[in-house]
Design a binder for this molecule. Structure first.
Ligand SMILES: NC(=O)c1ccc[n+]([C@@H]2O[C@H](COP(=O)([O-])OP(=O)(O)OC[C@H]3O[C@@H](n4cnc5c(N)ncnc54)[C@H](OP(=O)(O)O)[C@@H]3O)[C@@H](O)[C@H]2O)c1
Length: 236
């Protein structure tokens, strides 16, 4: 198995040292269309030369958030959220899909439990994940009967660096309350082994997601406001 990573920084040195599989890093700012095009070409060329057979798994995991009373933390950040969380995923998937169709495989799109309800104080982030959830489930249906599976994974708070630099108050304290990344990955691969098009890891998150999708949108937004407002300094 060959692992290809696309991100700006190279996280591969430590990971590669402990990986049983070869790891390649392709530096790519997913907010920049020309970098996505170049990185996708390099991934396809690398697959063609170093892993000529076997299925392909595309994990669209990179994503950024922004908390605050809109447009805080900044208008530029709002647009960057759309570029990285939405535009880049659509672009990269379109570029790699012919290879997936030919060789078979799967696409995992990392959305969020906030996709299930309007989320005040991170409105653009929540809407970007709602796009990703609906887009993924629609694609999964389109791909039915083809050798390509599509799965949306919608985690709740997870213990990563995600909240740092988003404008959220006490980012470390928020992350500490979350699930571990390993638990999210386990839930994703268990779902991928089945036939589902979307999964919400963790019972609490699942309940929040179900409630968010069943309630009238304005009521769901009012309830979500309570949870989100606490994450934003000086919002009230
Ligand atoms: N942590 C949570 O509580 C949580 C909850 C629900 C959903 N999620 C979702 O889970 C996914 C993974 O996030 P995480 O929690 O692991 O956060 P993270 O620790 O902040 O990691 C974000 C990843 O995205 C990459 N990235 C950000 N901007 C990029 C850009 N312009 N170009 C290329 N790569 C970029 C980063 O790499 P570089 O900085 O090196 O580019 C990093 O690898 C995201 O889609 C996030 O929305 C997270």
């Amino acid at each position: 198995m060959l692992i290809c990573n696309l991100s700006r920084r190279n996280p591969c040195a430590d990971f590669a040292a402990n990986s049983a599989h070869p790891v390649r890093h392709f530096a790519c700012d997913l907010a920049r269309e020309e970098e996505i095009a170049a990185a996708a070409d390099r991934v396809l060329a690398t697959l063609g030369s170093e892993a000529t057979a076997g299925r392909v798994l595309l994990v669209n995991n990179s994503g950024i958030g922004g908390f605050g009373r809109f447009p805080a933390p900044s208008a530029a950040r709002q647009l960057e959220i759309i570029d990285v969380n939405v535009r880049a995923v659509v672009d990269l998937t379109a570029r790699l899909l012919p290879c997936l169709r030919e060789r078979g495989g799967a696409i995992i799109n990392v959305a969020s439990v906030v996709a299930y309800a309007p989320t005040p104080f991170c409105a653009t982030y929540g809407a970007s994940k709602a796009f990703l959830l609906n887009w993924s489930v629609a694609l999964a249906e389109e791909m039915r009967g083809t050798p390509v599976r599509v799965l949306a994974v919608s985690p709740g708070t997870t213990r990563t660096e995600f909240f740092t630099g988003t404008g959220a108050a006490a980012p470390d304290a928020i992350a500490r309350r979350g699930m571990s990344p390993d638990e999210v990955v386990d839930a994703a691969f268990t779902a991928l082994a089945g036939s589902r098009a979307n999964v919400v890891p963790g019972w609490g998150n699942l309940l929040a997601g179900v409630a968010g999708s069943l309630l009238p949108k304005a009521l769901a937004a009012r309830i979500a406001r309570g949870a989100m407002e606490r994450r934003v300094p000086g919002s009230s």
